[in-house]
Design a protein around this ligand. Structure first.
Ligand code: ZN
Length: 242
């Protein structure tokens, strides 16, 4: 390779590496707050679920307490009627009381079953509530950790971006005029996708074949764009034609 080609090729390689690193750093800058926001949404969702469970548990407890009161008064009623039964004036009254007592006892037994069932449900709800509270707590800790993590990394990422931008400016001054104009135009419109290495005889940006005459031109330090994707092509360090 002539030495001018060598300079241009190695400058384009450097610039492509810098553009890729910059893109990666910008992605990380954007990803940090996005992860924190996602975790905050998660906290909201879990808190909402917890509030729903708490409301459900509360109304179940209230309904069960009410049934318990009903059962207490039902049992008192049975006792009262059993006393009345002992003092029944005649057989008709006696029979009527006996029937009422039987009906009350039946109703009480249904209530007692319902209360038992509700108690079991309340126990199960308690386990779900514990799990839901733990999930909210964990999500809050995760969000705090993510936020802290990003807070620590952000200045480092910004520092790396500044350093790379300096390095990029420096490398850009090494580009000959005809490369520079094309390079600048492509970078403006495509960012890190302005450049692509040639691998074998393919464009590594779009995997289309590069004709031999174009590769020969690249060897002679001529600016060449991939015909398929428009990226400015360069030869990688270990370039060899397959
Ligand atoms: Zn291409």
């Amino acid at each position: 390779m002539p030495s001018e080609t060598h300079v241009v090729t190695s400058t384009l390689r450097t610039l492509h590496r810098i553009h890729q690193q910059l893109q990666d750093l910008r992605d990380r800058l954007e990803r940090g707050p996005r992860l924190v926001r996602a975790q905050e949404t998660n906290i909201e969702r879990l808190s909402h679920e917890l509030a729903g469970l708490e409301a459900e548990a509360k109304s179940l407890r209230i309904a069960t307490d009410k049934k318990q009161l009903q059962l207490d008064s039902g049992e008192a009623q049975v006792k009262r009627r059993q006393l009345q039964l002992q003092q029944a004036a005649d057989n008709r009254e006696y029979q009527a009381l006996k029937e009422q007592i039987a009906a009350d006892q039946m109703a009480n037994s249904v209530l007692a079953d319902e209360i038992l069932e509700a108690m079991e449900k309340i126990d199960q709800m308690a386990a779900r509530l514990t799990a839901a509270r733990a999930a909210v707590e964990k999500a809050k800790q995760d969000a705090a950790r993510l936020a802290k993590d990003f807070q620590e990394k952000e200045p480092l990422i910004r520092g790396d971006i500044d350093r790379l931008q300096q390095e990029m400016k420096q490398a850009e001054t090494d580009l000959p005029g005809d490369f520079k104009l094309l390079y600048e135009r492509l970078v403006r419109s495509r960012g890190e996708d302005a450049l692509a290495a040639v691998t074998g005889d393919f464009c590594s940006g779009c995997n289309q074949q590069i004709p031999v005459n174009m590769i020969n031109s690249l060897m002679l330090a001529t600016p060449i764009q991939c015909k398929a994707c428009g990226r400015l092509l360069y030869l990688p360090e270990d370039y060899s034609r397959r």
